[in-house]
Write a new protein. Structure first.
Length: 475
């Protein structure tokens, strides 16, 4: 049987608040008409409501004490309601104390999130930074300390509503993605049964970016990177120029290592490592898609890399980060120039030289589009951008680097950039076109309208007399 109290209090909040420790000793009061509900008052005056009950464990009956709350935090009536709910659970065979102990040992949402940040090999460092900032800003304070498997959609929606009400729809979607990723990791690693973000949907409407720089805009941007009026370091100028010529991502260029470069000989290369597995553990590479990338370098790109290496001193990085002025410890965020610094430099050039709406990522679009317009094979362009091929054979079995074709395409693009910028560069020769496997383009290609000749006699026969022998595709 539950322990019998010698002192009884009426179900009255005034009486409960006035109860004191008798003879300055810990005193237990029974709340009248409330089976098992007690008020324990300590010598310090702190009073706590508890529920005493018995539960069968095997062939034995065990006495339990469940803490409900302090009397200065909840009323005696609230304590009575909680006690009624717990008694119903006990009648159904549930042990509230055992449940509470499990909750104390259960992994919290914050612990699960940090576990993912520390152990998920597929989470890129840039995504980790964005997700952690999103969770620390709006999520941890709301559900961080809750057991992860008890979080519900009803608790997540107010978090996203709060962010949306600030006018940050994209940030709301990013936060939802961060939360969803944590639960996906939990299901994978901790056998969670559900992801409470399922079905919540997006709050922002995304628009695919289709910005393609014209030759005039590309020329203006290239000349801006060389202008004395640009407030850029020599290293940053070289990063931007190499990003244009190679079409690689900002973090890949800014984080280039000297050990990745083979600049001597007739076939200079830049090799970026992908993810590898060593001794059962994944070693992170430097590429976004985790696949190694081999970049055949044009003659001009080799010259730029040599300039950068001369500036790097003893650093293993081509573009080492410089410590902030006045910092005695000389600490930097990364040992090399940060990708965010590259984006800031582009925004500065855009403002100072009135170049409208251009990002560093647009250089990848520019090289891909221009080479496509020249008839370069799609698989060569995919290799340049290090995109995963859609073909199963090419994705899993064919790892050919196609150096001859890719190298010729890079040299074509580089010569084009130099030529439109007013710098000396040889004209595009037929040998380059042949090496890059370029199909002939019968007419000058325009960005707004692409004219494609009819390919077969059958197609020609199907056309009416009034229609020209061409098909027009709008881009």
């Amino acid at each position: 049987m539950a322990k019998k109290a010698n002192h009884v209090l009426p179900l009255n909040d005034k009486a409960a608040l006035a109860a004191k420790a008798i003879d300055k000793k810990r005193t237990e009061y029974q709340i009248a008409t409330e089976r098992g509900l007690k008020l324990i008052v300590r010598e310090s005056g702190v009073g706590t409501y508890v529920l005493r009950y018995e539960i069968e464990v095997g062939a034995k009956r065990i006495h339990r004490k469940l803490t409900i709350g302090r009397r200065d935090a909840i009323t005696v009536y609230k304590a009575s309601d909680i006690a009624d709910e717990k008694r119903r659970e006990i009648a159904d065979g549930i042990d509230p104390v055992a449940v509470a102990e499990e909750r104390l040992t259960a992994i919290t949402f914050k612990e699960l999130a940090e576990d993912r940040f520390n152990r998920d090999p597929d989470l890129a460092d840039s995504s980790k930074k964005l997700y952690r900032e999103a969770l620390e800003a709006d999520v941890y304070s709301a559900i961080g300390d809750l057991p992860a498997d008890e979080v519900t959609p009803a608790q997540i929606v107010p978090i996203l509503d709060k962010i949306e009400n600030r006018g940050s729809l994209v940030q709301a979607d990013r936060t939802k993605s961060a939360i969803s990723g944590v639960f996906a990791w939990g299901r994978k690693r901790h056998a969670m049964t559900a992801n409470p973000t399922t079905g919540l949907g997006k709050r922002s409407s995304s628009v695919e970016r289709d910005r393609v720089l014209s030759d005039k805009e590309m020329s203006a941007f290239w000349r801006a990177t060389k202008s004395k009026k640009a407030w850029l370091s020599k290293r940053m100028r070289l990063i931007l120029q190499l990003a244009i010529l190679t079409g690689q991502r900002r973090t890949e260029v800014a984080g280039a290592r000297i050990s990745e470069l083979e600049l001597d000989g007739k076939t200079p290369l830049w090799t970026l490592a992908g993810h590898t597995r060593r001794s059962g553990r994944i070693v992170r590479g430097r590429t976004k898609n985790r696949k190694a990338q081999v970049v055949p370098l044009s003659k001009q790109a080799v010259t730029l890399f040599r300039e950068a290496i001369a500036l790097a001193g003893k650093s293993p990085f081509v573009f080492p980060a410089a410590p902030k002025k006045g910092d005695p410890k000389g600490k930097t965020r990364l040992p090399h120039i940060h990708g965010e610094s590259v984006s800031k430099a582009v925004r500065r050039l855009r403002a100072d030289f009135a170049i409208d709406d251009v990002t560093i990522h647009d250089m990848r679009t520019a090289i891909s589009t221009w080479l496509g317009d020249q008839g370069v094979r799609p698989d060569v362009i995919d290799r340049i951008l290090n995109h995963k091929p859609k073909s199963v054979t090419r994705r899993h079995y064919n790892f050919a680097l196609m150096d001859k074709f890719v190298r010729s395409a890079f040299q074509l693009w580089t010569d084009h950039v130099y030529r439109i910028s007013g710098e000396s560069s040889p004209a595009i020769g037929k040998s380059f076109l042949a090496r890059a496997r370029i199909r002939p383009v019968p007419r000058r290609i325009r960005r707004k309208e692409l004219v494609v000749p009819a390919e077969t006699e059958k197609e020609k026969a199907m056309q009416t007399r009034d229609l020209p022998q061409t098909r027009t595709l709008s881009l």
